[in-house]
Design a protein around this ligand. Structure first.
Ligand SMILES: NC(=O)c1ccc[n+]([C@@H]2O[C@H](COP(=O)([O-])OP(=O)(O)OC[C@H]3O[C@@H](n4cnc5c(N)ncnc54)[C@H](OP(=O)(O)O)[C@@H]3O)[C@@H](O)[C@H]2O)c1
Length: 310
């Protein structure tokens, strides 16, 4: 089968189109013919492996020293079940599914930058919402699960003010929609070129972090949700840490290791089916344009998600 392999860490030129052996499902696994995947910020971070020494050591312990243990990156899958192991009971051949290749800190599997992947049936796999295309379905798991992880740390009541920093990215666009679903009054922080997008997702107010004196627009929030983490900051972000109610909480995507449990995955599926969350697709690239897709994601200004069709 065709796959994009990353044989060593470094620049995007290390991503090469290869022919590799098609995987065979174990007894408890499904073989999925992949129709779409996505390039996430985490894929880029792992491919580059340029983090400071201690986080880099931990990442290499998980993903491999010198190069990725599984050279095929990619954790998001949307596709069609082609065959199943003898013990599989939850899926049938020809089921249209979407999946995330991680269910806990110890159970994760790369391999979606390819024509096929095998995943255990009891991981984060579900029937694809019928109202979504494969490309749209591939834009749900990463941002959706990470935003769910952030929102799980809140107790939002109707009308609570929530500031979402990095609102137009894959995590931010899902965080807006999940916070609105919980009843929040959402202020989104992003550049003004993305105001229309975040308004369409339900944002009540917007602040452009690139503007001089943007911090003067801050109000008081029960929660400040930092959806982009420590690598991206601004004067506004520093000031937002002080713009909290007395019992308010600052929650960052970089606080600890995000959990991606099945309940959250199935909740996202259900919300998508009801039209309560809408995946945001910035752009779609074919598999053989993976280098360009990585370059674009690395720039750090995508709107929602970058999807790959296979
Ligand atoms: N700690 C962990 O375990 C963990 C796990 C997964 C992800 N993460 C982190 O989560 C982040 C992934 O987020 P993502 O995929 O949603 O990112 P993304 O899709 O690349 O989105 C980035 C968004 O942030 C905005 N932005 C860029 N620079 C900014 C700045 N200086 N201040 C405010 N906003 C800025 C951009 O908006 P404009 O285009 O409007 O500027 C863009 O829409 C990454 O930074 C990653 O390291 C951490």
């Amino acid at each position: 089968m065709k796959a994009i392999e990353c044989l060593k860490y470094g620049g995007e030129e290390n991503l090469v189109l290869s022919n590799v052996k098609k995987p065979t499902p174990k007894d408890d696994e499904v073989l999925i013919k992949i129709c779409a995947t996505s390039v996430t910020t985490s894929d880029v971070l792992i491919r580059r492996m340029k983090e400071p020494l201690i986080p880099r050591f931990i990442l290499q312990l998980i993903f491999g020293f010198g190069g990725p243990r599984n050279p095929i990156l990619g954790m998001v899958t949307a596709g069609i079940v082609e065959s199943i192991g003898k013990d599989v009971s939850m899926f049938e051949i020809e089921d249209e599914v979407f999946a995330y290749g991680s269910i806990s800190t110890t159970k994760h599997r790369f391999g979606s930058y390819a024509e096929y992947i095998c995943l255990p049936e009891d991981w984060n796999i579900a029937l694809k919402p019928a109202n979504l295309s494969f490309e749209e379905a591939a834009a749900i798991p990463y941002g959706g699960l990470l935003a769910s992880h952030l929102l799980k740390k809140t107790r939002i009541n109707k009308g609570d003010k929530v500031l979402i920093y990095g609102a137009s990215g894959s995590i931010g666009t899902m965080a807006i929609q999940l916070a609105k679903h919980m009843g929040a009054n959402v202020t989104s922080v992003c550049s003004s070129r993305n105001f229309e997008l975040v308004t369409s997702l339900g944002s009540n107010k917007m602040i452009d972090y690139t503007l001089e004196n943007a911090e003067k627009q801050l109000e008081t929030y029960k929660y400040v949700i930092d959806a982009v983490g420590n690598s991206k900051t601004s004067k506004l972000k520093k000031n937002s840490k002080k713009a909290l109610t007395p019992n308010g909480k600052y929650i960052s995507i970089d606080d600890g290791i995000p959990l991606t449990p099945k309940e959250a995955f199935f909740n996202l599926k259900s919300l998508a089916e009801q039209g309560k969350i809408t995946p945001v697709v910035d752009s779609i690239y074919p598999l053989d344009k993976m280098v360009e897709a990585h370059k674009y994601v690395e720039m750090g200004h995508k709107k929602g998600n970058v999807v790959i069709t296979i």
